[in-house]
Design a protein around this ligand. Structure first.
Ligand SMILES: [Zn+2]
Ligand SMILES: [Zn+2]
Length: 155
């Protein structure tokens, strides 16, 4: 009994130290779980087998409209036009399908964007082609772009 009393403060210090260490570990685990959750949710909107639907915005091509830049749905491969384009078909595709992630379909651009978090991030390499060809004009498609196209863009 006397022995235990003697060790009391030591044990107390030891317990405090363990508390501190375990607290640190718990915090790290919590942080990596949160990070893992974000990575998992990103993966949920990305299908590594989905090929792009074509070389131009699906809806613009169907209706005779034109676009400024192209975006690719990372889940199904739908090619849609950007938010500066008159018809914003990439965002409309997100609104109607809830497919959450787009990847730029412009030559030289690799960024991904998550509509849920409104964050841009670096994603995996999706199946080729990863952009429209460099000699396809932007705005496009060729022959459909009105002369005053600049004044028709969204901010
Ligand atoms: Zn479009
Ligand atoms: Zn999609």
């Amino acid at each position: 009994m006397a022995h235990m009393l003697f060790l009391g403060p030591e044990l107390n210090r030891f317990a405090l130290q363990m508390d501190y260490i375990l607290g640190g570990i718990a915090l790290k685990l919590k942080r990596s779980a949160a990070k893992e959750e974000i990575m998992k949710s990103e993966r949920e909107g990305i299908n590594l087998n989905a090929k792009p639907s074509g070389t131009g915005c699906v809806e613009c091509l169907a209706t005779g409209a034109w676009w400024l830049h192209l975006r690719r749905c990372a889940e199904c491969g739908h090619i849609g036009c950007c938010d500066s384009s008159p018809n914003q078909h990439a965002s409309k595709h997100n609104a109607t399908t809830s497919h959450p992630i787009i990847n730029s379909f412009e030559p030289g651009e690799e960024w991904f964007y998550d509509y849920r978090t409104q964050e841009t991030f670096e994603g995996p390499k999706l199946p080729s082609p990863r952009s429209h060809s460099a000699n396809q004009p932007a705005p496009g498609p060729e022959g459909r772009v009105p002369r005053e196209w600049r004044s028709l863009l969204h901010e």
